[in-house]
Design a protein around this ligand. Sequence first.
Ligand SMILES: Nc1nc2c(c(=O)[nH]1)N[C@H]1C(S)=C(S)[C@@H](COP(=O)(O)O)O[C@H]1N2
Ligand SMILES: [Mo]
Length: 201
Amino acid sequence: MATRGFTGRGRSGSEAERIPPGQHLVEDFPVLSAGPTPRIYPEKWSFTLKIGPKPVKMWSWAEFNALPQTKATRDIHCVTAWSKLNTSWEGVLIDDLLAEAGVEAPTPYLLAHSYDGYSTNVPLADLTGGRAMIALRYEGKPLEPDHGGPARLLVPHLYFWKSAKWINGLQFTERDEPGFWELRGYHIYGDPWREQRYTND
Ligand SMILES: Nc1nc2c(c(=O)[nH]1)N[C@H]1C(S)=C(S)[C@@H](COP(=O)(O)O)O[C@H]1N2
Ligand SMILES: [Mo]
């Protein structure tokens, strides 16, 4: 199993050093969703890569599972002030996804889209270089529906609202377009180490 990637703030250092300002640790795994958990059957699941309005590549569940899978153990930070250390995930790095699609990034901005109508913007630089994946497994088991199963985006170095649950696609956009929460007062970028919680933070 590949263990490369997921560079950035590592797991070394004391626990206290790993907790961003204004955050506290939790041991459980809270569920936060804007609406009800959608039921997504893997046979009906698909993932589409788009450039603007144009679909350029689509994967079925079986095809997606055949892509290179990478494991990562990371700390996660929710804007509602909980942080959880050492969460372990497995899925497809965005690097591998783009390589597989044979797509040269046409713009530096992307929007993630989900089955529940949710969306969130993440710059290309934050999705690549081993910093993000489409996670299919959590703590060694298929991702539970409440936590975004069958597949969610994982961008652990940004606040957790950027990690879109029930993801069904990524879209390159011309500009950095705000998504669901960014349109409703959350910060356009969302770096927990700079406490970028709300629009003008
Ligand atoms: N599709 C979708 N993704 C989503 C959300 C959502 O409502 N819909 N909520 C976001 C928010 S605000 C947070 S904090 C995390 C929560 O993930 P969890 O329920 O696995 O803890 O998911 C994010 N991803
Ligand atoms: Mo959130």
